[in-house]
Design a protein around this ligand. Structure first.
Ligand code: 4AD
Length: 477
């Protein structure tokens, strides 16, 4: 007898075939019908037992969460919602699950409760669907870049450079916390630390990716990044995964073209390959929306939202144009924004980004040419001397999903910027070398993976699209 996954069984029409299937009990009804799930699909296979010939002590052990091995015969199902079921000939309980103790019962649990049980929440329909879509998106990303001539570059996770400036960093040290070695100034002497210098977890693989783009042409990173910001929002994690392509000889326009094509491609992939999971998540989202006040409801079903991104050209708008739109907008005039926009130079908040996307343009937006002083030092200065070739991709419901730029390739201009910021040139000697030896126009961007998974699955909180979220005051598991 051959082993089959639940997904394989449900697709099969080979009635009378003998099969072996293993999985976990979702429900057990009328001492007869076991709904078995093995993670291969959102659907369960119905396994029907002959309870008269099943010993009482075995029946008692068929409880929600228990692991079973079932041998049986494929049969046409009389039940609704499935074509095929398994008529059980032999049942083995591989692992018991105490009904008194197992937290994931077949009923609605709150998201908070499931977060507290993150090691088991993936056994629910919602979380298994989200995690399968997450996995498919990850594959689609590698597929897209591989098929488009990019090399996957593994950026270091421990970094000795803290010049990126993208956020507060987590330090990495093996020094004795209670009694660290001190230097002559009474400060911690990192020369004695593991790496002989102060090191941190990376906030971004970009600077290192630039070095590889300037040799391999087109590279991308896809790895964890860490930010010690105290942001308790539904869009921030302290540990998140970022995809950062970096391309030699690409200017900002080519960078925007790539970002748009890439995003459309990966969303197209999951629409084609995750139909059942997306259908389930769409229904779930509709239910959730119904519970919201009318004004906050989104009337677009999930898959329509994904198609909307694929079918529409992203609107490309300069920061300066966006500020004009926001300044003259109703919520600004009526003082509805938490952060009113009154002058050019203001940093945009999520409420402004979402207004532009959801209310004004009603389309995904790429904002570009931001004021230099609100963006990172490495972005290429425009001829006006006050804006840089930065771009942010803004999405409905999410706000910023991608941040990127054309990089400053001119040694003298970059040096000036570094100096003005008070950064020691010595710290960035290797980064400056790129501008000394064969410098060229180059660009890249960073896509926050979890924000994309959030968009693709319609989940309201970023903590529910990563297996084990790391947020302020929370690193359980
Ligand atoms: O805009 P950011 O900070 O850009 C960079 O780090 C650049 N080095 C990228 C590059 O040009 N190679 O971050 C990029 C994206 C954001 O648009 C957002 O989607 C995501 O990373 N992001 C976060 N996601 C979850 N939690 C956080 N705390 C995030 N911070 C940024």
């Amino acid at each position: 007898m051959q082993n089959y996954s639940v997904a394989e069984i449900l697709q099969s029409d080979k009635f009378l075939q003998e099969v072996v299937v293993r999985g976990w009990v979702r429900t057990f009804r009328s001492n007869r019908f076991i709904a078995l799930n093995d993670g291969s699909t959102i659907r369960n296979v119905q396994c029907v037992i002959d309870f008269e010939n099943t010993p009482e002590d075995v029946l008692k052990r068929i409880t929600t969460g228990a692991a079973l091995e079932i041998k049986g015969t494929l049969a046409e199902s009389m039940g609704s919602g499935q074509n095929v079921e398994v008529q059980v000939t032999e049942l083995t309980v591989l692992g018991d699950s105490s009904p008194e103790e197992y937290p994931i019962q077949p009923k609605k649990h709150s998201m908070e409760f499931l977060r507290e049980n993150a090691h088991l929440r993936v056994r629910t329909n919602t979380f298994s669907a989200v995690m399968r879509v997450r996995s498919a998106l990850s594959f689609a990303i590698h597929k897209y870049f591989t098929e488009n001539g990019f090399y996957n570059f593994h950026a270091p996770i421990i970094t000795g450079s803290d010049a990126e400036g993208a956020g507060e960093m987590f330090s990495v040290s093996t020094l004795d916390k209670k009694n660290p070695p001190l230097n002559d100034q009474g400060e911690i002497d990192f020369k004695e630390d593991f790496f002989g210098k102060e090191t941190n977890l990376t906030v971004s693989g970009q600077l290192e990716a630039e070095t590889y783009a300037m040799a391999l042409g087109k590279v991308y990173t896809f790895g964890p990044t860490f930010r010690a910001e105290n942001s308790n929002t539904s869009r921030h994690l302290a540990e998140f995964w970022m995809i950062e392509p970096e391309m030699a000889f690409y200017d900002l326009d080519a960078n925007m073209d790539l970002a748009e094509d890439f995003i459309k491609s990966i969303l197209g992939y999951i629409l084609d390959h995750c139909q059942e999971d997306l259908e389930f998540l769409e229904k779930r989202l509709l239910d959730e929306e119904k519970r919201k006040p009318m004004a906050e409801r989104s009337d677009m079903p999930l898959r329509e939202k994904l198609r909307f991104i694929i079918d529409n050209n992203f609107k490309r708008v300069t920061y300066t144009e966006a500020i004009e739109i926001l300044r003259n907008s109703k919520p600004n005039k009526k003082k509805k924004f938490k952060f009113p926009i009154d002058a050019w130079g203001a940093d945009l908040q999520s409420e402004h980004e979402r207004y532009l996307v959801e209310k004004h343009f009603k389309a995904p937006v790429i904002l570009f040419d931001y004021p230099a002083n609100i963006k990172a030092f490495y972005m290429r200065l425009n001829d006006d001397g006050k804006t840089v070739r930065a771009m942010d991709v803004l999405f409905p419901g999410i706000g910023e999903i991608v941040g990127g730029s054309q990089r400053e390739e001119r040694l003298d201009v970059l040096r000036e910027k570094i100096k003005a910021l008070g950064i020691d040139e010595k710290e960035l000697w290797w980064y400056l070398d790129l501008r000394k030896f064969g410098t060229a126009v180059h660009s890249g961007f960073g896509l926050g993976f979890e924000r994309m998974v959030q968009f693709a699955t319609g989940m309201g909180n970023i903590r529910d699209v990563i297996p084990y979220p790391r947020t302020p005051q929370n690193a359980e598991f």
